[in-house]
Design a binder for this molecule. Structure first.
Ligand code: K7E
Ligand code: CUA
Length: 659
């Protein structure tokens, strides 16, 4: 939610005011320091946490995996950013995952995560993540906790309302935050002031092979009016088949949005009947458009990712296909758009709103049938606000953003401006409890709190500002998460812990859902990498023109070969290193001194990875294992000798074959 910086500036002042105005955050010591009930978040040494939490790293492009309730950081999963700790984006095998139609991009801004679901319940198979900057969706395999696939979304800018998914993971959506000149028109070089005529906001439905591999492909794109689309949620149960997208800037301003996009009292939540869109497409009402976007997939048997360019996108125009989109007026710069576990209630968040609007799905259908419209926008009917409204939560706090659910009829909403989490009763629209956050909470999460079956127990607030909560670390302070026990009537803060990057959304699931499936090693017998060295006897060196391929094995505590000579200046060296270990948690690392493309590999047991290395000068270069693997780890090393381009030194290496 980087857009909120301006609000935050005034927010600091507002926050101070709100403390007085609604006097909500309790100032007694336990509210600030926790429940004071003993160490409820403590998980003793050797014991496991009850939940996995996956927290977005924001502009770090990564995901932090934490245990709950301890808050222990268990792993960082690189998705859209290179990560030396894993060799991700450095090995030749993982580089393709960062390919886009704009070339190799080593970074992105990851905001939202969603775990795959079946019948609206977490199934523990995959985790999806969005790239906000250069629009992409990634799929992470939860057996390996690694990025397995990335698909680019064409004709969009700022993939923010993403990767929210339908109840059986049929579709993962992407909505464009920036409307952009329609790429398919063939002319995107248009004056920015022609925004209203030329800019479109695409809502993309990415299909998922939900019964098998989980692989993604572009389903279809709905070409909407040029607003800023912000967040979304799928319908559930009775509202399955619908998707809800919040949007702002229905003013269609193209400059100084801070002022110009806050003119109208209400923007919209777009209710999209995607099943109906599928029907229209089946009847031939869609249009196939030419595009160019990249799809990257990782093959576990070859341990290698590949990129392919795709060229077709099915599009559909809502003005020509009545019944697929309706606009629900929503007050004051809508942000969050959340659907309760029953699928009946749709909760809007307005960044500048002083109420929380709650819409009824049943009333929405009735209003559509009775045509209770207040006009239309570019042919899309605008529903009457009162006709669709279930109720408004009055005086909940200031700046409601996001809402999660506990499955017991309660909702939990984060308030950025008044820095608090507010618990309220969905049916009655009545505030039940409020807890301060330190400070300026963005998203919040209840384990499974966005599904049909929330696990309840905790709510976590993810804060943008920490101020005085931790030891100072120079100008920049860590971001934080705060854990509250919600098993009783009152929320009780039991822990705060630092998070990596900027935590936006997060997901949590019971540990048992994933634990049993976690992969321990890659089987050497199943290693289909074309440059694998499957036993020490297979270690060798090969010259192909200027390319030198080194087939290298690693096992505690040596590389084979560990001496290579006969490389010449101008050569490109490929170290194909295979880890021959088959035990859990015995990686080896690999690094060579200097050279162009100097980088690092981290090899899991049974895995083959490749480092490309281009020497810049003659000499002898050491290489070594970077991961402390045994008592003799420090002995795990070798040399590569580089001679002049015209030298007659023959390519050789100390392999078993030669002995
Ligand atoms: Cu509110 Cu990008 Cu989901 Cu952050 S967004 S907080
Ligand atoms: Cu292998 Cu250290």
């Amino acid at each position: 939610m980087r857009r909120l910086t301006t609000i935050f500036v005034s927010g600091v002042v507002l926050t101070a005011l709100v403390f007085f105005m609604i006097g909500c955050p309790s100032t007694d010591k336990t509210a600030v320091t926790g429940s004071g009930q003993g160490n409820e978040a403590f998980v003793p040494p050797g014991k496991h946490d009850d939940f996995y939490a996956f927290m977005s790293g924001g502009f770090s492009g990564q995901i932090g995996v934490y245990g709950l309730p301890s808050g222990r950081l268990l792993r960082v999963i690189p998705v859209f950013s290179q990560d030396a700790e894993k060799g991700y984006g450095y090995s030749e095998e993982t580089k393709p995952l960062l390919n886009t139609s704009h070339g190799f991009i080593q970074w992105d801004d990851l905001h939202h995560l969603q775990l795959s679901v079946t019948n609206g319940e977490q199934d523990g198979r995959w985790l999806f993540a969005n790239a906000n900057n250069t629009p992409r969706i990634a799929r992470i395999d939860l057996r390996t906790f690694r990025t397995a696939e990335v698909i680019e979304i064409p004709n969009t800018g700022g993939n923010h309302a993403s990767p929210f998914i339908t109840e059986n993971t049929e579709y993962i959506v992407s909505a464009t935050r920036f409307s952009v000149p329609n790429e398919y028109s063939g002319n995107t070089d248009v004056p920015i002031e022609t925004y209203k005529e030329n800019f479109k906001g695409a809502l993309t439905f990415v299909k998922c092979d939900n019964k098998n591999s989980g692989e993604m492909s572009l389903g279809f794109q709905i070409l909407m009016p040029g607003f800023n689309y912000d967040l979304s949620r799928a319908g559930k149960d009775k509202s399955h088949g619908w998707f809800f997208f919040s949007c702002y800037n229905s003013e269609q301003a193209n400059t100084m949005l801070e002022i110009n996009a806050s003119q109208k009292d209400k923007d919209f939540i777009a209710a999209v009947n995607w099943k109906k869109a599928e029907e229209y497409i089946a009847q031939g009402k869609g249009k196939m458009m030419k595009a160019s976007y990249i799809h990257n997939t990782y093959d576990e048997s070859t341990h290698t990712a590949k990129s392919e360019t795709l060229t077709d996108v099915m599009t559909i125009d809502p003005a020509e296909c009545p019944g697929i989109v309706y606009y629900i007026p929503t007050p004051k710069s809508p942000h969050g758009c959340d659907v309760d576990p029953t699928g009946e209630y749709i909760v809007g968040g307005g960044k500048l709103a002083a109420i929380i609007p709650v819409y009824s799905f049943t009333k929405m259908l009735d209003a559509i049938n009775a045509k209770k419209f207040d006009g239309d926008f570019n042919g899309i009917p605008v529903l009457n606000y009162q006709a669709v409204l279930h109720g408004e939560v009055k005086k909940p706090g200031l700046g409601p953003l996001h809402t999660e659910f506990d499955g017991k009829g309660n909702a939990y909403t984060s308030f950025f401006v008044s820095s608090e989490i507010v618990k309220w009763d969905i049916k009655e629209c009545k505030v039940l409890d409020r807890a301060p956050t330190y400070y300026s909470v963005g998203h919040l999460l209840v384990p499974g709190g966005d599904t049909r079956k929330p696990h309840g127990k905790y709510v976590i607030g993810m804060n943008k500002i920490t101020k005085d909560r931790y030891l100072p670390t120079g100008p920049e302070l860590t971001q934080s998460a705060q854990l509250y026990d919600i098993s009783g009537d009152k929320m009780r803060m039991i822990l705060d812990f630092p998070t990596i990057g900027e935590p936006h959304y997060a997901q949590a699931c019971p540990a048992d859902l994933l634990k049993k499936n976690s992969l321990k090693s890659y089987k050497l017998t199943e290693n289909k990498h074309p440059y694998a060295t499957l036993g020490e006897k297979e270690a060798k060196v090969e010259r192909k023109g200027n390319d030198v391929h080194i087939y290298m094995s690693s096992i505690r505590s040596h590389f084979l070969p560990d001496n290579v000579e006969g490389v010449k200046l101008g050569d490109v060296v490929y170290f194909h290193v295979t880890n021959l270990e088959q035990d859990w948690d015995v990686p080896h690392g690999f690094a060579v001194k200097g050279g162009a493309d100097c980088s690092e590999l981290l090899l899991m047991p049974g895995e083959t990875q490749t480092m490309k290395w281009i020497p810049k000068a003659t000499g002898v270069y050491p290489f070594y294992c970077t991961d402390f693997c045994s008592a003799l780890h420090q002995e795990m090393q070798g040399y590569i000798r580089v001679s002049p381009a015209n030298s007659s030194v023959e390519l050789k290496a100390n392999t078993l074959a030669k002995n």
